[in-house]
Design a protein around this ligand. Structure first.
Ligand SMILES: *Cc1c(COP(=O)(O)O)cnc(C)c1O
Length: 360
């Protein structure tokens, strides 16, 4: 393989090199069967085994309780913004949302098409630089569910404790699923686009409590009912075969490293190296409040936009790629998901110190 750059992109994002190498072989000749992986029928014995294995690894790694279904869907996380209320919210019902950034905002907009929405909390005034604690808001007693985004990819904030509520929790975990263990007790539904922390674009994993499947109004089109996909083991129609297969490889890699506890520890250590570098000088300013800091997306600013542009350009020349912050916050964003190597973080920190010394 050629030398790899360090890819700090927020998504699609870096994947383990051994996963890429295995996928490259299997695309041409899957398990030496004389047929390429992406040529296989989704109903073939071989491909059914791929899906079964990916599902059982999701269940094992996340300790998904038996009364939850694991679905592999298409349409990206953004389709879930509508599919959640379509399935769980009737016209005269209310759902409660925590607005902690762009992705929750978009979900709120979609939910309003289907029912009443209570925005129980918004951090918009402070440019979404924090997530609330459970005491900071009150959920409408009539709410069917409480929706939140566990990690705000654009702003670099993360819920370190999930909302405490007697409501059913619905969570967009697109950018931190599989980065730590989760307790499913209050969850009704979790979804995540694969392309941040799980695999390539094209597949959205949905984990849904099975008693919720029957809530869906009869008027919802077949493809938009979770029940359709749950009843057919994600094989109602052609699933995102390649993406499911790569997710399976990533999960095997994760299991090989020791699972989510080991991963969570590695993530804490990687992020600490970077936040320490930010805090050690006035040259860099973290965007997120300290208690809300994300372990997945580290956002910070430099003294001027010009210096930020120069930083991003010089970093790229050193093989530190994809550091440009989202246009809504500007500055720098280092996305350091599960598969992002610690050496890349260390290299970034060396560059940051050097850059601050020269330009500070
Ligand atoms: C990237 C992202 C999305 C959007 O994902 P798509 O698959 O592009 O629709 C939604 N939510 C979060 C938290 C994200 O990071």
């Amino acid at each position: 393989m050629p030398d790899r750059i360090y890819n700090f992109s927020p998504g699609p994002a870096t994947l383990p090199q051994e996963v890429l190498a295995q996928a490259a072989l299997d695309i041409v000749n899957f398990n030496n069967k004389g047929i390429g992986l992406i040529e296989l029928s989704h109903r073939s014995k071989e491909f059914m085994a791929v899906t079964d294995e990916a599902e059982s690894l999701v269940r094992e790694l996340l300790s998904v309780p038996d009364n939850f279904k694991v679905l592999f869907l298409q349409g990206g996380a953004s389709t879930q913004f509508a599919m959640v209320p379509m399935n769980l919210l009737a016209r005269d019902q209310t759902a409660s949302y925590l607005n902690t950034g762009t992705w929750s905002n978009k979900a709120i907009k979609e939910a309003k098409l289907f029912g009443n929405v209570q925005v129980a909390y918004s951090s918009e005034k402070s440019v979404f630089n924090h997530v609330p604690s459970s005491g900071d808001y009150q959920v409408d007693p009539a709410a069917e569910y409480l929706y939140f985004v566990s990690n705000n990819t654009i702003y670099g904030t993360q819920f370190h404790d999930f909302p405490k509520s007697d409501k059913l929790l619905v969570c967009d975990m697109s950018s931190d699923i599989l980065s730590r263990k989760i307790d499913f007790t209050n969850f009704g539904l979790i979804f995540a686009g694969a392309q941040k922390n799980m695999g390539p674009a094209g597949c959205t994993v949905v984990i849904i409590r099975d008693d919720l499947l029957d809530r869906v109004p009869a008027t919802v089109p077949t493809m938009f009912k979770y029940k359709t996909h749950a009843d057919k083991g994600s094989m109602f129609n052609t699933p995102p075969c390649f993406a499911i297969y790569v997710i399976g490889l990533v999960l095997k890699w994760l299991k090989g490293l020791g699972g989510l506890e080991v991963m969570a520890k590695m993530n804490r250590e990687k992020a600490a190296i970077l936040y320490e570098a930010i805090d050690s000088t006035d040259f860099y300013r973290g965007h997120a409040e300290v208690s809300s800091r994300s372990l997945m997306n580290v956002t910070f600013n430099l003294p001027t936009p010009e210096l930020e542009a120069q930083f991003i350009k010089e970093g790229a020349a050193l093989g530190l790629d994809g550091l440009k912050g989202h246009r809504s916050v500007g500055g720098v964003r280092a996305s350091i998901y599960n598969a992002f190597p610690r050496e890349g973080v260390e290299k970034l920190v060396v560059f940051m110190k050097e850059f601050a010394r020269k330009n500070g």
